[in-house]
Design a protein. Structure first.
Length: 367
């Protein structure tokens, strides 16, 4: 018995030095994509997961920091795509949720309608206005509580005043109301008694927005309403700072999403007629090199990504299941942020990281 115990301890030490067996390491790192379902989709995070093999699976900050990297693939004013490598799915999903519901923006919260003779009901028009993305930097405003008075510190006032008429030559003017018709009232509300919005600074918000675009809609071409001659819309829209957690109109992203990085691997050498057949089935994924041997191309190209599902279907045949493997890295995320235009996508990403870091610090203090 003592000899058997020593033998087991020796085996554990050997496993700890060598790491996990190849098949377990693959299960830990990859989601294996089969023809009809995916395998090994869970992420093994328990420290004792491989304890029987003498392998400590505990999370290590040093290893995490050394393996974490971010690579920006493309970026524009409205969207960006980057690779998040070496992170846990919980981190990627936390960033996604923060982008959707916790990064603040400015949106129309209160609409004071003076006159609306259009076909659109007041409440429908107010709801439509609330969903218009605004080019107001939320850093310039303080959060406004339910009981706080509206002021230059927490409210931006926009006016919409459009009247449709017919000219003497029969032409109809202002029959389409678009978001470009918003007018910024830097001095505050023209209806302070009704709106309870009073700016105490005579200069209003001119100084705060100096050198910046005038507050208004991000896209000046959003259709708000259609009018006929004699119809008119006049209103004030009061904009405040908020987050998507309270209402989707404050969400700064049209969408934020991620997917696992795909890989196609050869399990054995494929050559000759088999190689030619596979290359013909998915020419953007496979190629035939010197000596007639099959090789895998870069699967991150648009053409190859369109053919990955075809590769999955090929795995229905046993002969291809023994030759190729379609898999996805569990710690490699292709992340896409599509902004509404209120803030640039890289700004949103930095703010999301700052919010996540703040959450971690607050959690650490409470432990």
């Amino acid at each position: 018995m003592p000899g058997e115990k020593k033998h087991k301890e020796k085996k554990k030490k050997e496993h700890a030095q060598q790491g996990l067996p190849e098949h377990l390491e693959k299960q830990r790192k990859y989601v294996i994509c089969g023809p009809d379902k995916n395998y090994y989709t869970s992420t093994e995070t328990a420290a004792s997961e491989y304890l029987s093999l003498g392998v400590d699976n505990a999370w290590d900050f040093g290893a995490f920091a050394a393996g974490l990297s971010i690579k920006v693939n493309r970026m524009s004013e409205e969207s960006m795509e980057f690779d998040l490598i070496g992170a846990d799915p919980a981190v990627a999903n936390a960033l996604r949720r923060i982008l959707i519901s916790e990064v603040p923006t400015v949106a129309i919260e209160h609409v004071f309608i003076v006159n609306n003779t259009s076909i659109i009901q007041d409440e429908v028009l107010a709801h439509r206005l609330g969903l218009v993305p605004l080019n107001v930097d939320p850093a310039l405003l303080e959060p406004k509580g339910a009981e706080d008075a509206a002021s230059e510190r927490n409210t931006v006032v926009l006016r919409l005043r459009v009247a449709c008429r017919r000219e003497s030559d029969g032409a109809v003017v202002n029959d389409v109301v678009k978001s470009g018709a918003f007018e910024w009232l830097h001095h505050g509300s023209d209806l302070p008694e009704e709106t309870k919005c009073r700016f105490t600074d005579p200069a209003g918000q001119k100084a705060a927005f100096e050198g910046r675009p005038k507050p208004g809609a991000v896209d000046k071409g959003i259709l708000l309403a259609k009018l006929r001659p004699g119809q008119e819309i006049e209103l004030e829209a009061h904009c405040i700072k908020g987050t998507g957690r309270e209402h989707a109109k404050w969400s700064p992203v049209a969408t934020a999403w991620y997917r696992l990085c795909p890989e196609v691997a050869l399990l054995r050498e494929v050559e000759g007629e088999e190689a030619a057949e596979l290359a013909a089935e998915a020419d953007a994924v496979f190629g035939v090199g010197q000596g007639g041997k099959l090789f895998v191309r870069d699967v991150r190209t648009p053409a190859a990504e369109r053919q990955l599902e075809r590769v999955r279907r090929l795995l229905e045949q046993p002969r291809w299941r023994e030759a190729i493997e379609f898999r996805k890295r569990k710690d490699h995320f292709i992340f896409t942020i599509e902004s509404t235009g209120a803030l640039r996508p890289e700004v949103l990403f930095k703010q999301a990281l700052a919010i996540l870091a703040d959450k971690a610090e607050r959690l650490e203090k409470r432990l």
